[in-house]
Design a protein around this ligand. Structure first.
Ligand code: FAD
Length: 482
């Protein structure tokens, strides 16, 4: 008999509870990855995620080969059919996987578990991607949380998450391996090579994730609380795509941080650190997605479903292309397009601009991010957009409208970030780089900036846009009071 480990968003060998349990079964082991995007509906991996996935699967394949094993890759419309066939052909009597929390995936996995068990196959699932299961953390009245601070306090009141599991030293192979599709046949890479910026910016796979964490702890952790808000600096960990694909798990991050802090005599402060709190937001995002599974499509605060969004496709396209005439917004959208990632502060700025200045629905922003982010994650993307739009749990109130110039002046005061991503403005002095339309003509001339030609004029007057957004909000409140 044999055991099958179904890899999904847990593309790692260390601290992988499903893999560990399968090893402990003592039987030969078949590691499998099934690419079945149709089963995820509108939230199948986007274009940037697929580029990442291709490389991450390649790294996992190598890691498994290093343990004397293989990765059996399949492309299928129906994971159940594929698993059942593999089980029958390879005499598998136990299937192991680590849980995912997206509503469609939960429904699919529940069905698969029932059907396999019906065939007499033992199925065991584990938690590899969260510190705490979404159903473990409850309010006093046993309901789900909708506010972050008490949620995270409840998490921290729990015992520390278990220490990470070591990677197995070797894996037992079956006598005969099932057939595998070459990775290249999954069609994850684009035909037109727009992905070079992503390939250059990242090192997908567990080794890349561990290096990234170690570099962050040694170089940026100490100043994280302030550095994390400065997009022109490497002040955050950039672990998000690694965490999304499970190349590293949050328990590994938790315990690495703990070890790092204890070595420096910081016995308790690391538990309250801003960095751990951000991992807490990731947990909160999963908690919300699990308990409010309609939120990827619908606002948690229902009245926002009636918000009078505008349908201005030209404006949305200018936003997507980084051509709004607001340098910080354009820098963010270009960083996203080139590298598949944006700094968190800038995600909030570009999100607020789309939803509040352009009055485009947050769903459009979430969909664009879904296709272009390498860390696109249903839980965190939904939380991020609903937070920004003011329609989610514990969200920024809708009436708090980011002024893109004030935000840019505060968080990118020298224009370092804008200079990198909007090079046509690079020669403007710091005083004008965040609002070139206000610069004197001779300053623009000297910097080689021709508004309307080399760089767009602002798409909108922020002051008027703000009033328009507040008027939109007032219609919701009026409807409620009548
Ligand atoms: P760090 O600052 O180093 O934080 C460490 C880790 O904590 C991150 O890797 C991430 O896993 C988690 N984290 C940090 N901030 C948040 C947050 N606000 N919400 C949830 N988890 C967080 N994050 C995603 O992983 N995927 C998304 O699709 C996503 N979409 C977003 C959309 C919008 C509109 C906004 C405002 C935020 C979104 N975020 C998303 C959250 C956040 O921007 C990223 O997690 C963060 O920028 C990743 O960079 P980092 O790894 O350097 O973060």
């Amino acid at each position: 008999m044999a055991s099958l480990v179904w890899f999904r968003q847990d593309l790692r060998i260390a601290d992988n509870p499903a893999l560990r349990a399968a090893c402990e079964s003592g039987d030969p082991l078949i590691p499998v990855y099934i690419f079945s995007p149709q089963e995820e509906g509108a939230w199948a991996p986007g274009a940037a995620s697929r580029v990442w996935l291709h490389q991450s699967l390649g790294a996992l394949e190598k890691a498994l080969q290093g343990l004397g094993s293989r990765l059996i890759v399949r492309s299928a419309a129906d994971s159940l059919h594929e698993l059942a066939t593999l089980c029958r052909d390879s005499k598998v009597d136990r299937v192991f996987w680590n849980r995912r929390y997206e509503p469609l995936v939960i429904a699919r996995d529940t069905r698969i578990k029932e059907m396999l068990e019906h065939e007499g196959i033992e199925v065991r699932s584990f938690n590899a991607s969260l510190l705490f299961e979404p159903w473990e953390i409850r309010t006093k009245s046993a309901g789900p949380f909708q506010v972050f601070t008490p949620f995270w306090r409840a998490c921290l009141a729990e015992a520390d998450p278990a220490a990470p599991l070591a990677a197995p030293a070797s894996l037992k192979s079956p006598e005969r391996w099932p057939e595998s599709t070459p990775l290249s046949a999954l069609g994850l890479l684009p035909r037109i090579k727009w992905d070079q910026g992503i390939v250059k910016a990242w090192h997908p796979g567990s080794a890349g994730a561990e290096d990234t964490l170690s570099r962050f702890l040694h170089e940026a952790y100490e100043h994280y609380a302030t550095g994390r808000d400065v997009p022109g600096r490497l002040g955050t960990s950039r672990l998000s795509p690694h965490l999304h694909f499970g190349e590293i798990g949050p328990r590994q991050v938790w315990h690495a941080l703990k070890r790092f802090a204890l070595k420096r005599g910081q016995h308790t402060s690391w538990r309250r650190s801003q960095f751990l709190t951000e991992l807490g937001w990731r947990e909160f995002a999963h908690h919300l997605l699990y308990h409010f599974p309609h939120t990827p499509e619908k606002p948690l605060r229902e009245k926002f479903a009636r918000f009078p969004w505008r349908d201005d496709q030209g404006a949305v396209r200018a936003w997507q292309r980084g051509a709004t005439g607001f340098p910080i917004v354009d820098a963010g959208m270009r960083q996203l397009w080139h590298t598949g990632w944006i700094h968190n502060r800038v995600r909030m700025i570009v999100g607020s601009f789309l939803v509040k200045d352009l009055l485009a629905s947050w769903n459009l922003g979430a969909a664009w991010f879904w296709d272009t982010l390498v860390d696109a994650d249903l839980a965190s993307n939904t939380l991020g957009w609903q937070w920004t739009a003011g329609c989610g749990a514990d969200a920024a109130p809708y009436f708090r409208i980011f002024n893109p110039v004030t935000q840019a002046t505060r968080f990118d005061p020298e224009g370092t970030y804008v200079r990198e991503w909007v090079p046509e403005l690079a020669r403007l002095p710091g005083a004008w780089i965040q609002q070139p339309w206000a610069a004197p003509a001779d300053v623009l001339r000297e910097a080689g900036v021709h508004l309307g030609t080399s760089y767009p004029r602002p798409l909108i007057d922020h002051k008027l846009a703000r009033e328009r957004a507040l008027a939109g909000l007032a219609t919701l409140d009026k409807e409620r009071s009548t």
